[in-house]
Design a protein around this ligand. Structure first.
Ligand SMILES: NC(=O)c1ccc[n+]([C@@H]2O[C@H](COP(=O)([O-])OP(=O)(O)OC[C@H]3O[C@@H](n4cnc5c(N)ncnc54)[C@H](O)[C@@H]3O)[C@@H](O)[C@H]2O)c1
Length: 464
């Protein structure tokens, strides 16, 4: 079968999305937006710290930094130029600095305490995903936001990627008719996937498993793409590869006696930044960044699948694996009039080598340039058609497909730029984690779990 036609991404909203995100940034406002950040780990100090300042130096300034680890806090403060005050106490930071936004980038299970305290003290919040980790904390955040009259933005950067926005654009034009089912598979490779098992993410009490920590991104994409909310989840999951599933184990990679024979051995000291952030500050809080992936204490799943039933009748089949040779994903939407398929970074489909050991670092980098001559493809085929169409858009590998910087620009600069309701608040934050929370409960209870068992929110068939 030949490809019917290639269609460049030229729809009105799409054309605007393709503008380089740095365009128009020269028109800086007179008054900078004042930011206070809690959680000066990798995400807090890079994406929400130096990278944000690099891109939006005329628009934002930091007025306070806070972390539980004084060594990490002091190291990060220096990288900000040492003029930004550092605080051990969160409330003191807010009371003293009175920021325009509080940015929360701490360990997942602690987000709620900072979000709620900031709202109670009268501040707007931007929180990293997942909004929180269980249904009680979720309920408390929703109530605190309502009571405060302030706003929480949930940083769902994946929505803002140029590719994901194009999928939304095509679906919103009803291109394949009423959607009835979705198949969505996400593969984390043995480098990035393993990294979740080296530290707190591997403990349910801190992350509520990757069904919440990681899949919140994927469930949020599904909710947004489908413009609907979940009503029921059935799930399966187990720990087959990492944790107790190995003949030998240590505690930390540094100095490990199995260094020579462990394929997952990783030398944190070779990465200056991570060494300075974590290894050199372990004595303050015992947080080990290069823990053994075979530790017996690991209690999350490393293979997961879920079926989600939506209020608009769609059934979604989802899976996540964490020990794949390559990192990528694929999705297919089945509609009454046709089918849409797309994918990212599957080596045999992109017909291009991709160094898997560097894949995640590239994704986390803030490089926003399209890769010359390379595109992302979206296939659409109509029922009874003889051929299919391929929609193409620029392939941006850094900054989560260009989503990182576009999201920051929409938060801090173009506040009215909200194509397809891409900006996410607490309702979106809640609906995505509730799928993961329901999935974990479904595994434990060995039965389907309804979303209304977990929340007073009534799932909407059409969100907008
Ligand atoms: N959207 C994305 O693509 C993306 C990518 C990476 C991380 N994240 C999110 O960002 C957050 C941070 O991730 P990370 O990888 O930087 O984690 P991290 O563990 O490296 O950093 C968390 C920081 O919070 C601090 N902290 C923990 N408890 C605290 C407390 N009670 N008071 C003050 N500080 C406290 C820790 O000392 C640490 O410095 C997580 O919620 C994660 O899910 C999002």
């Amino acid at each position: 079968m030949e490809r019917l036609k290639f269609i460049q991404y030229t729809a009105a909203a799409g054309a605007a999305l393709m503008l380089h995100p740095f365009e128009n940034l020269a028109s800086a406002s007179d008054k900078k937006i004042r930011l206070a950040l809690v959680g000066t780990g990798h995400r807090g100090s890079s994406f929400w710290g130096k990278d944000l300042l690099k891109s939006f130096i005329y628009q934002v300034e930091f007025v306070g930094l806070c972390d539980i680890n004084p060594g990490r806090l002091s190291y990060v403060q220096k990288t900000f130029g040492a003029t930004v005050p550092a605080f051990k106490d969160f409330e003191e930071m807010l009371g003293t600095t009175k920021p325009d936004y509080v940015i929360v980038t701490t360990v997942d299970a602690t987000h709620d305490q900072f979000i709620i305290k900031a709202l109670e003290m009268g501040f707007n919040v931007i929180t990293e995903k997942p909004m929180t980790t269980d249904e009680i904390k979720c309920k408390n955040i929703l109530a605190a936001e309502k009571k405060s009259g302030k706003k929480v933005t949930v940083a769902f950067n994946y929505r803002h990627s140029v590719h994901n926005m194009q999928v939304k654009e095509i679906l919103s034009k009803n291109r394949i008719g009423k959607i009835t089912s979705v198949d969505f598979n996400w593969y984390l490779n043995v480098h990035h996937g393993a990294d979740y098992f080296r530290r707190w993410h591997g403990i349910k009490a801190k992350s509520n498993s990757l069904f919440v920590h990681k899949s919140t991104h994927h469930f949020d994409l599904l909710n947004w793409w489908l413009n609907s909310e979940p009503v029921e989840v059935s799930a399966y999951g187990s720990l087959d590869h990492y944790g107790k599933n190995n003949a030998f184990r240590g505690t930390v990679c540094r100095g490990c006696t199995f260094k020579g024979k462990c394929k997952f051995y990783w030398d944190i000291t070779k990465d200056d930044r991570l060494n300075n952030l974590y290894a050199k500050n372990e004595q303050h809080d015992g947080y080990v960044r290069d823990g053994c992936v075979w530790r017996n204490e690991i209690d999350i799943y490393d293979k997961m699948s879920a079926q989600i039933i939506y209020a608009n009748g769609v059934t979604a089949n989802y899976s996540l694996t964490t020990y794949s040779p390559y990192e990528g994903w694929q999705i297919a939407f089945n509609g009454m009039d046709g089918r849409l398929e797309t994918w990212e970074d599957i080596p045999y489909l992109q017909k291009m080598p991709d160094d898997q050991s560097k894949h995640h670092a590239v994704e986390m980098s803030q490089a926003d340039d399209a890769i010359a001559g390379d595109v992302r493809e979206i296939m659409v085929m109509d029922n009874f058609a003889k051929n299919y169409e391929i929609f193409t858009t620029a392939k941006i590998k850094g900054g989560h497909g260009g989503g990182d910087i576009r999201m920051q620009k929409r938060i801090f600069v173009d506040k009215n730029d909200n194509p397809h309701n891409v900006m996410a608040g607490t309702r979106e934050g809640a609906m995505s984690i509730l799928i993961g929370i329901a999935a974990r409960k479904s595994i434990e209870l060995k039965r389907p779990v309804r979303i209304d068992e977990l929340t007073d929110l009534v799932p909407m068939a059409n969100r907008f």
